[in-house]
Structures are given as C-alpha cells and as structure tokens.
Unconditional design. Structure first.
Length: 201
C-alpha cells in the first residue's frame, strides 16, 4: 500500500486519533494523562485540518450479543464499550468536528475496518498516531502500518498506557524494530507547518 521507500517520508500523512473514549479513561492509570492527551490531540487535529491532513478518529465499539467480542472477552464472559453507551462515547473535551470516524472491534485500527480504503482515497501514505493505549492499540496499529509499508510517527506526548513501563517498552519496540518515529506534538506541528508553507510558495 505504501508509496514510499523511506521510513522518514511524511509528505502525505494522515492523523489517527485512537480510542479517546470515556471507558478507557476510567482506568486510573490513564485518568492522570487525560488532560495532556486531549489537549495535544485537539492541537494536532486543528493544525492537521488547516494543513489539509486527513484526521481519522478510531473508536472501539462492541455489540452486546457477543458477536464482536475477543477471545479474552468470551472466555471471561464480560464485554465492554457497547454500542450506544456512555463508555463507548468520546471524551467530552475533544474537538472532533469534521473528522472521519472508523469503528473497530480489535486492537488494530486496520483489522476488518475501512481504514485502508480511506487512506487510499485520500492518498495518505504515512501516519501520525495519538491516543491510547501505547502498548496495545497504538502498537497493534503501528505494526499493521509497518506491514503495509506506511511510515509512522507516534506523538509520544499525546498517547499513554495504564502501565507506564509497558508503554515505554512499546515505544522502544516501534522505534528499534520498525524504525517508526517518536515525536512530540510541537515537532509534528512544526513539520506540518513547514510542509504547508512550502506548498504556498
């Protein structure tokens, strides 16, 4: 799918905001990061929109009839993030007007979703990832992006894990094994701003 031969080619990015939902942030390990993550995600989304970068919000939603449950959920007899419930909804402080939504059932935003088609339609050939959790859904999405030859940058100050060490390990894995970039919000915004300025000249 990727249209580049470099892990550093971010000329045609899309921003993926992953699992910014009430249910996930009920976890005390993520609650502490909520204000920082939502503020940085809002900034990234606003700058992306001005720069013409597609913004895609990915949300995990399950059906109560168990048809979408993971093996672990089935084994435990307990589902979560059911359609139409408050926990499945977005955090109230997010500013998501005009974003594209993708609903997923597994950790990866690519698994059995329309994400690949959306990226192709918008000619996006790289990804910036933000959201939760770094060691699960961010890492799974990044791994599938690597398999699709899509360069990835992870906004490290716009993502978090309830297990801080697991989050750090995931970032290290993405960086060393997949050569995916670890960048701060300011660095990403500066990159998009420079790209937009070059388009105008």
């Amino acid at each position: 799918m990727g249209a580049t031969d470099s892990t550093s080619d971010f000329r045609h990015p899309a921003l993926l905001l992953i699992d910014l939902q009430r249910g996930f942030f009920a976890d005390p390990g993520l609650t502490a990061w909520r204000q920082q993550i939502t503020a940085n995600c809002n900034r990234l989304a606003a700058v992306a929109a001005r720069a013409g970068v597609p913004v895609i919000s990915v949300r995990t939603v399950h059906k109560e009839d168990r048809s979408t449950w993971t093996l672990k959920m089935l084994e435990d007899g307990q589902g979560y993030l059911f359609e139409g419930t408050a926990k499945a909804g977005y955090l109230e402080e997010l500013e998501l007007a005009g974003v594209i939504e993708v609903v997923k059932r597994r950790d990866s935003a690519f698994w059995n979703t329309e994400l690949t088609t959306l990226l192709l339609q918008r000619r996006a050939s790289s990804l910036v990832l933000a959201g939760v959790a770094t060691d699960t859904c961010i890492r799974a999405t990044a791994s599938d992006a690597f398999a699709a030859n899509l360069p990835v940058a992870v906004a490290t100050d716009a993502c978090a894990s309830s297990d801080s060490q697991a989050g750090r390990n995931a970032l290290e894995y993405m960086s060393t094994q997949h050569r995916q970039k670890l960048m701060g919000t300011e660095e990403i915004i500066s990159l998009w701003t420079r790209q937009e300025e070059r388009k105008c000249h």
